[in-house]
Design a protein. Structure first.
Length: 579
């Protein structure tokens, strides 16, 4: 499990939804159609846009929502009708209700007669910009109206026996002799998505289980009622009968191989924990036999299963229930900064296999009224995500510009998130877009300052070897009886490798304060060279020339501005020999 080597180059992922990222229209009408609100396409990810992303320090691009999914938007030019609005969430639809695993979202293509030409051109631009490309693999569920065909078969469920609630040979789970009954919220949203007109009455008999592990015919409005659960041979009681010979296992392997052959560089595997581990062990091995460098990143929320999923072959796992949850509590002053000590102690031995983030499409924006009301707390928190660990880190588009997701987009409502369900645009991204220039000319001074801070931290994380490869020494425990420190709001640590170190001090408070750090004796036992004459250079927020110092006391006292980070690069002083 722990044998995977630490990456020589720190993986830094930029997640974006092309539908919103490239949209230049500013209408933003709640529940608006594609014609009303506009929609970005693959072609909006221009060479200039990709160069701007790469120049921040990112190595990978996660293109979210590119697969064909259920939508209320018809595309007659591609012979794709609108789907029944009561089984679609939002006018644009959820990117996680797939209606064809082998097709691209028609919203994103400029050439309906050659949709993959648009995508392959984007792949070429990304790779030319030295950005690797990740896409979603969504194995747990698909749209209630799945239109795709599979290599000579009629598609998912075509060979099923719907009279059996569970069979290892069925693609779906069924509720025999019962019709699907959607929740009232589905019909209420459907009417709004249909412009107030009467809506199609979707019929499903017998009912199939819903993607959120709802195995009865009456999903609630909090269920993923727009999706159908896929059956890997695990019955509703948790007993497993699946094997590589199961029809669904083979179908999903073929889908992974299909996209790998297109030239992508990895998969972010949606709700991986809801799919049997035995399937992952088999399919990752099968796919990596042909594509050994392909990345598999698991979205998983059960920390007690991390080791098992790493053994199954995943390269990286979400660190949400540990690191993200702790950081959010610290940023909102619901917990002390010293909680970070627990986060890294819990995952000794595989911290380099966990993906850290502060925002993604599921989480609320830092600057939203539901989170921190301001973007600045993201600076020390992102420094923790980037610098404490050797593993990858991810940033969600607009985070670096202080996007607050303050609007009520439609289906998504005003929930502090950027909607994945609605046609929409982000003023922060449009300012950066600047009529196709992709520069800072149209940004506010506050946005420029924030973006500069994120860029500097990303580049430090990517550039500095002791961040990529070094060990962490937590200084927090040594501050317990330090009256000139604040255990609630400050967090200090060293990353060190050979005779090089970076001192990192994070400040989670809206008021400035001068603090002093105590360096414990044990630090000099771990890294004896730190007790000798040193060369010390300020690294962040302003890089400055190195100066000589007798010891670490030279940087033990510092002023911490509101929501700030201080970094110092430390090396052993080289002593010139005479003669």
């Amino acid at each position: 499990m722990n044998n995977k080597p630490i990456s020589e180059h720190k993986i830094l992922i930029y997640q974006l939804l092309p539908r919103i990222f490239g949209n230049r229209r500013q209408a933003n009408k709640p529940w608006g159609s594609r014609d009303q609100n506009g929609c970005g396409t693959f072609s909006d990810l221009t060479r200039e846009a990709l160069a701007s992303i790469r120049n921040m320090g990112f190595t990978h691009l996660w293109l979210t929502g590119i697969l064909d999914h259920a939508t209320c938007e018809p595309h007659p030019e591609m012979k794709l009708p609108a789907d029944p609005p009561e089984i679609v969430k939002g006018r644009a639809g959820s990117p996680y209700a797939i209606r064809d695993y082998y097709a691209l979202s028609p919203d994103l293509v400029d050439h309906p007669d050659d949709p993959f030409g648009d995508f392959e051109a984007l792949l070429h631009r990304c790779h030319a910009a030295r950005l690797k490309v990740l896409i979603d693999h969504i194995p747990n569920h698909l749209a209630r109206v799945y239109r795709g065909k599979i290599e000579g078969e009629a598609g998912f469920g075509a060979q099923d026996d719907p009279g059996q609630a569970f069979s290892p040979d069925n693609d779906f789970y069924y509720v025999p002799e019962q019709a699907l009954k959607l929740p009232p919220a589905a019909y209420e949203a459907g009417k709004r998505q249909a412009g107030g007109e009467s809506i199609m009455r979707y019929q499903e008999f017998p009912a199939r289980a819903t993607g959120s592990d709802c195995f009865h015919a009456h999903p609630a409005d909090t269920d993923w009622y727009e999706t159908v659960k896929l059956n890997y041979g695990r019955d509703p009681q948790g007993r497993e009968y699946g094997s590589p010979s199961s029809p669904l296992w083979q179908k999903m392997k073929d889908i992974l191989l299909y996209w790998a052959a297109k030239g992508i560089d990895g998969f972010r595997c949606d709700m991986a924990g809801m799919v049997p581990l035995s399937y992952w062990e088999w399919v990752i091995s099968e796919v990596k036999e042909e594509y050994p460098d392909l990345l598999f990143i698991a979205e998983i929320y059960e920390a007690d299963r991390y080791e098992a999923f790493l053994r199954a072959g995943f390269d990286y796992l979400y660190d949400k229930v540990g690191f993200y949850d702790d950081l959010r509590a610290i940023m909102t002053h619901a917990a002390p900064a010293s909680l970070l000590s627990r986060s890294w102690q819990n995952y000794g031995g595989f911290d380099h296999r966990l993906l850290r983030f502060l925002e993604n499409h599921d989480e609320q924006r830092i600057a939203s009224s539901q989170f921190s009301h301001r973007p600045e707390p993201g600076i020390p928190a992102m420094a923790a995500a980037l610098l404490m660990h050797r593993g990858p880190a991810m940033l969600y588009f607009g985070q670096e510009l202080g996007e607050a997701a303050s609007a009520a987009e439609g289906f998504s409502g005003q929930d502090g998130r950027t909607s994945i369900f609605d046609y929409w645009s982000l003023p922060t991204i449009q300012a950066w877009q600047n009529e196709g220039e992709w520069n800072e000319a149209a940004l506010t001074q506050e946005q420029k300052t924030l973006r500069t801070a994120y860029t500097q931290l990303l580049r430090i994380a990517s550039r500095e070897e002791c961040i990529r490869q070094g060990m962490l020494f937590d200084l927090q425990y040594a501050q317990d009886e330090n009256p000139d420190y604040d255990m609630q709001r400050a967090f200090a640590f060293l990353r060190h490798l050979k005779e090089e170190a970076i001192l990192c001090v994070l400040w989670f408070e809206n008021e400035a304060r001068r603090i002093r750090i105590t360096f414990p004796d044990h630090l000099y036992e771990v890294a004896p060279w730190l007790g000798r004459p040193l060369s010390i250079a300020p690294l962040f927020p302003e890089k400055a020339p190195a100066h000589s110092a007798e010891n670490l006391v030279a940087i033990s006292e510092m002023k911490m501005p509101a929501w700030s980070v201080r970094l110092f690069h430390i090396r052993q002083e080289k002593i010139e020999e005479n003669g």
